[in-house]
Design a protein around this ligand. Structure first.
Ligand code: ADP
Length: 617
């Protein structure tokens, strides 16, 4: 229930629309009631000898006791009398015409109000869900890298799409039900009571019968929906993985394996759906049958009141039955409200899990803005482990890089080089020790100002599915075209961009799939050049490019490094030759430190081995 209240919080800003929904729903219910009430004079007109006679005979009928206080009774009597005077006066054919016109008007207005009510309700539910999605997205963006490593992408996407949809549809169902159905029930209950309170009381007494079963079904459904949603997320995950890894899947001939994986997930989803459908769909027939049982009792008791006790006229009894049967669908709907609330809560839980994840990489209170990078970056006895694991990825890392220097990191794969550079923009924080910029612990700086000083080029060249222009200028609010072109030229990208039919306005397709590897790299380098960061973090691509591309990329990289402080995970001989310092990292420790010439001289060192295996050209 708490989750549901939390969902309703998102509805609150739309209170004006809710108010309008309420007003129109009320009018809708009222006219609905009127249209049923009109059946009584209609029946009288059709089946009595004279309508006027009926009015008189009704007044002579045995006195009906009422549960309403006198003043309500007198209003009721006035309204009924003027209604009857207006409707039932004149010839039978006139009366019939009047009733027909009234029915037309009542239904016309009822439908207009129904339309308005559902429109305003839609504003509430879709508006609230937009806000929820926006907030979740914003929060997701504030979460640290480690969160994204832990959670499957497909699973997260599923929460944003499928779960939000469920919440939205159940909000609409519950909200409109909680407003509309009670109002309808009240109106018809009023009509029923005004006709015969004894009969109404009798009906009410046998109603709560069904509630116990319905509540039980609700709780069962909530549990199952949560499981169902996570199964849907699993499907999305497999789909997402297969699509993004399509090349690997094909290259390894893993299509049958992926197909099997997918069908396993869909099968288990299917089974769960059927389980839910069995329960949810059973709830309707059960309630309906219970309703009919109630109906039959009422017909029997009412029949006796008409036939033996003579307290009701036949038309009133029929009117009463209409009113009671009009109440049944809303009661049935209300009984499903609990199910919907439970479903929404389960889906809501999955969305709120994102919102409730706290980021541990945040601005500390009183964090200061890094205005200028003047002097040096220093690692001081840094240790690091990923999340809850005890495994040390980095052990006692200490070194210093002066402004303008190039630091190359080399070492066997899995040694911890990427992890080390990820600590500089605070993608992760050290488990022990600290990193200083100009003597200030980077954890005391604002994240924005720290990262604004840095450019990052990784092996995975990530491009967005927009124009080349927008990709290069990513992160800059406004950027004159000349600057973009200049950066592209420096990155050796201008030529191939200009050769494209739409030049800088070419849309490059998801993840830049329409470009070659070397072109993608040069675009990301252009992006970094345009940002013009003082500190550059660079993970050199290991994949071999063709010769021409290699030269162009290499040139671009060298220009990018000029006049910057650079951390580079190096795979090329030219890079390590240019570096001011090289640190050799093996199993999380710095095992050698110095310039290329010094390190190569150490005969038994790891560097020499690596050099012979990897770097010799
Ligand atoms: P390198 O860049 O030198 O190849 P990495 O920094 O990528 O090395 O990895 C160092 C170690 O950290 C590896 O053993 C790797 O398995 C582990 N590792 C990398 N990322 C994570 C992560 N998100 N969670 C847990 N362990 C990780």
């Amino acid at each position: 229930m708490n989750t549901y209240l939390r969902i309703l919080n998102y509805v609150r800003p739309y209170w004006k629309h809710i108010l309008l929904t309420f007003v129109f729903t009320f009018l809708f219910a009222l006219l609905n009631g009127l249209s049923v009430y009109l059946t009584i004079p209609l029946l009288d007109t059709l089946f009595q000898e004279s309508a006027t006679k009926q009015v008189v005979s009704e007044e002579q009928a045995p006195s009906r006791t009422s549960i309403f206080p006198d003043w309500i009774q007198s209003i009721e009597k006035d309204v009924t009398t003027s209604f009857n005077d207006f409707i039932l006066s004149g010839e039978k054919s006139d009366v019939l015409i009047k009733i027909c016109i009234l029915i037309l008007i009542a239904f016309f207005l009822k439908n207009i109000f129904g339309y308005l009510q559902s429109y305003f309700m839609a504003v509430v539910e879709y508006g609230a869900m937009k806000d929820l999605r926006d907030q979740a997205f914003k929060h997701l963006n504030s979460l640290p890298l480690s969160y994204f490593k832990k959670e499957k992408t497909g699973n997260l996407i599923s929460r944003f799409t499928n779960d939000v949809n469920i919440v939205q549809s159940s909000i609409s169902a519950t909200f409109s039900n909680l407003i509309k159905e009670p109002l309808t029930i009240i109106v018809f209950l009023g009509i029923a009571i005004s006709i015969s309170w004894q009969l109404t009381l009798f009906a009410i007494l046998i109603l709560p019968f069904s509630t116990g079963i319905i509540i039980w079904i609700g709780f069962k459904l909530r549990k199952l929906t949560y499981v169902l949603q996570s199964k849907l997320a699993d499907i999305t995950s497999v789909l997402q993985e297969t699509i993004s890894g399509v090349k690997i899947v094909k290259a390894f001939g893993m299509e049958p394996f992926e197909n099997k994986r997918f069908t396993n997930e869909t099968k288990s989803f299917f089974k769960m759906v059927l389980k839910i459908v069995r329960i949810r769909n059973a709830s309707s027939p059960i309630t309906e049958f219970l309703s009919v049982v109630i109906g039959v009792f009422i017909i029997y008791y009412g029949g006796i009141l008409v036939l033996e006790e003579n307290v009701l006229s036949a038309s009133q009894f029929l009117g009463f039955l209409f009113a009671i049967f009009q109440m049944l669908p809303p009661i049935k709907e209300l009984s499903s409200v609990n199910n919907r609330i439970q479903e929404a809560s389960a889906a809501g839980d999955r969305i709120f899990e994102i919102l409730d994840t706290k980021s541990d990489i945040i601005n500390l209170p009183g964090a200061i803005v890094l205005k200028e990078f003047k002097d040096k970056i220093e690692f001081n006895s840094v240790h690091f482990s990923y999340d809850d694991s005890d495994e040390k990825i980095l052990t006692d890392i200490s070194f210093q890089v002066n402004k303008g220097e190039i630091l190359a990191l080399v070492g066997p794969s899995g040694g911890g080089k990427s992890t080390l550079v990820d600590l500089i923009p605070r993608f992760y924080d050290p488990t022990e020790g600290a990193i200083f910029i100009d003597g200030t612990d980077i954890r005391t700086l604002t994240l924005e100002s720290l990262r604004a000083k840095m450019g990052i080029v990784t092996q995975e060249t990530f491009l967005f599915n927009t124009s080349i222009k927008e990709n290069i200028a990513y992160g800059l609010i406004e950027c004159p075209e000349e600057k973009i072109i200049k950066a592209a030229k420096t990155a050796n990208a201008h030529k191939f961009i200009s050769e494209m039919s739409k030049g800088y306005d070419t849309i490059i397709g998801e993840r830049g799939i329409k470009l070659s590897g070397g072109q993608r790299q040069r675009l990301t380098i252009a992006r970094a050049i345009l940002k013009d960061p003082e500190i550059m973090i660079f993970d050199e691509a290991t994949s071999a490019l063709d010769n021409e591309s290699e030269i162009l990329v290499q040139e671009a990289i060298e220009r990018l490094m000029e006049n910057r402080t650079t951390f580079v995970i190096a795979h090329r001989l030219s890079t390590i030759r240019n570096a001011n310092k090289i640190i050799v990292i093996d199993r999380g420790r710095i095992v050698q430190y110095g310039r290329h010439e010094e390190l190569i001289a150490a005969e038994s060192g790891l560097y020499k081995k690596l050099y012979e295996m990897q770097f010799r050209e």
